[in-house]
Design a protein around this ligand. Structure first.
Ligand code: AR6
Length: 186
């Protein structure tokens, strides 16, 4: 399924983020930037050591990546040219700024992509795996944050693709995109 927001394609797909042939894929990383499981593990395994080397250089320079922020490295051996590493919040009930931090992770990732003039970007569902952010809530935040950035303009992004790992996750994002499209029509 896809939609258009101010001329940019917003697409939902079932698949593996590491297989996406786009300018940049986004990694659901942690503040150490030194790897982990889930999306992070898959990206480092498939992309090879060049990604971790650049992450280590970033850590040496700025000491990791705070929650809600993002950094960019090579895509190494991945089909994607770059990896944007962002850190979503760990869900702890919703009263510790989790919503805002999740929105910031999407916003700062897109900002980095647009600063580099990248045109195609693929996101996973940040924070909804090991970090246990409820996916219905996360999907609404993800799509409305990205749509808001696209509407604001000042970028060359032609396509933002959300790559969901299960049919269930895809269905949740699908419903969230329909809600967004309804709001746009109002
Ligand atoms: N492609 C697309 N989606 C995937 C893939 C894949 N290859 N693998 C898993 N998912 P998670 P988080 C889905 O745990 O919640 C790591 O250890 C998965 O089903 O990867 O932000 C980091 O180092 C889920 O829906 O990220 C951090 O410590 C979504 O991606 C921590 O996990 C996100 O799950 C970050 O946790």
């Amino acid at each position: 399924m896809d939609a258009r927001v101010s001329g940019t394609r917003l697409a939902l797909e079932l698949g593996d983020i590491t297989e996406q042939r786009v300018d940049a894929i986004v990694n659901a990383a942690n503040t150490t930037l030194l790897g982990g499981g889930g999306v992070d593990g898959a990206i480092h395994r498939r992309g090879g050591p060049a990604i971790l080397e650049e992450c280590k250089a970033i850590v040496a320079r700025q000491g990791g990546c705070p929650t809600g922020e993002a950094v960019i490295t090579t895509g190494g051996r991945l089909p994607a040219r770059f990896v944007i590493h962002t850190v979503g919040p760990v869900w702890s009930g919703g009263r510790r700024g989790e919503d805002d931090l999740l929105a910031a992770a999407y916003r700062n990732s897109l900002r980095l992509a647009s600063e580099r003039d990248l045109t195609t970007i693929a996101f996973p569902s940040i924070s909804t795996g090991a970090y246990r952010f409820p996916i219905e809530r996360a999907a609404g935040i993800a799509l409305s944050t990205v749509a808001g950035m696209l509407r604001a303009g000042g970028h060359h992004v032609a396509e933002v693709r959300f790559v969901l790992f299960t049919d269930y996750d895809l269905a949740v994002y699908h419903r969230a995109l329909e809600r967004l499209a309804q709001e746009e029509r109002r």
